[in-house]
Design a protein around this ligand. Structure first.
Ligand code: COA
Ligand code: MG
Length: 290
């Protein structure tokens, strides 16, 4: 089993050359080089050039590199997409995906571009919440590129009036619907950003909440947020040890024919051994890169 850790997914404005440079040394699992909301209209072209130069120059090591383009219905979207395809990042992040055809439109424009270039979808519109299952299902098609959902909680707040404060209670249904849609079709899913980047306690609470929802990681806006996300979205030592115990128990000859066993007073089923294998694979993938 191979798992790609996506505990910490850091956005940076494509217009900020210093951030693009600094990212080569930061301990984030993935980087989103942004052309959309973090870049003002009059520096869109400059940002596009800087991002493409940075991706071509490389040096990002194990970090997954993702370019977020402007929507195809904006003056910049088509040029962003063409430039991103040439730059060959690991993935292109498409903003405001609201229905399956939004994914097909982008893949259509990508044509025969390198199949290694995947698509990530921003889940951030009210319609996108209602159509999450249909959007995720595009991953099942032959030649599909969609591999991940990214929650856009700031846009959801803007479009609906639901608040980001108080445990995001107005958004819980959308977060869990998107997790279900992603899991139903084998996609990764990363939680939305925590804007108050000096508030460590608040960030930790929201990482824990996202983790408990089943998110693979969290999108971040500042390097100071990386360590908390890396820690909280990774299994800790005790979890890994417990997972190894479960795997070992099912490997014993006396348990070979059993579906459920007693492990130190707890019922453990074969599905727990599958979950344990995932935990161990994630832990190994993380330690393999450090
Ligand atoms: N990626 C990489 N480096 C970053 C960074 C990021 N997202 N945010 C800050 N840095 C760097 C700064 O360049 C600075 O580096 P230096 O000390 O080596 O010069 C260092 O981290 C400290 O930055 P700080 O002064 O604390 O923050 P700031 O006031 O310069 O910037 C923000 C604050 C919010 C404007 C900035 O963090 C940012 O642009 N974040 C990303 C926004 C974004 O992409 N939004 C779109 C998706 S929601
Ligand atoms: Mg957005």
């Amino acid at each position: 089993m191979t798992i790609r850790p996506r505990r910490s997914v850091l956005y940076m404005p494509g217009s900020n050359a210093r951030a693009l440079e600094k990212a080569r040394t930061l301990d984030a699992d993935s980087l989103i080089l942004d052309l959309e909301d973090a870049v003002a209209p009059d520096v869109k072209e400059l940002a596009r050039q800087q991002i493409c130069d940075a991706v071509a120059a490389g040096g990002y090591g194990h970090r997954e590199v993702v370019i977020r383009i402007n929507g195809l219905d904006t003056p910049w979207g088509h040029d962003d997409l063409a430039a991103a395809v040439k730059a060959k990042p690991d993935a292109i992040l498409v903003p405001k995906v609201s229905k399956a055809s939004d994914v097909f439109t982008v893949t259509g424009h990508m044509g025969h571009a390198d199949p290694a270039i995947k698509l990530w979808a921003m889940m951030e519109t009210p319609l996108g919440m209602l159509k999450a299952g249909e959007i995720a299902a595009t991953a099942d098609d032959r030649g599909a590129r969609l591999t991940a959902f990214v929650m856009g909680t700031n846009d959801l707040a803007k479009e609906t009036g639901a608040r980001l404060e108080n445990g995001r209670s107005g958004m819980l249904a959308w977060l869990s619907i998107c997790v279900a849609a992603a899991c139903a079709h084998g996609l990764a899913i990363m939680d939305g950003v925590y804007n108050d980047f000096r508030d460590e306690e608040g960030l930790e609470a929201e990482c824990l909440q996202g983790r408990d929802f089943g998110m693979d990681g969290k999108t971040l806006i500042h390097p100071g947020q990386i360590a908390a996300a890396n820690r909280i979205f990774a299994p800790d030592e005790a979890e890994v040890a417990a997972a190894r115990d479960v795997i070992a128990a099912f490997e014993l000859p006396e348990n070979a024919g059993k579906g459920a066993i007693n492990l130190n007073g707890r019922m453990v089923e074969r599905m727990h051994a599958d979950m344990a294998a995932k935990t161990v694979a994630l832990a190994e993938a993380i330690s393999g890169r450090e």
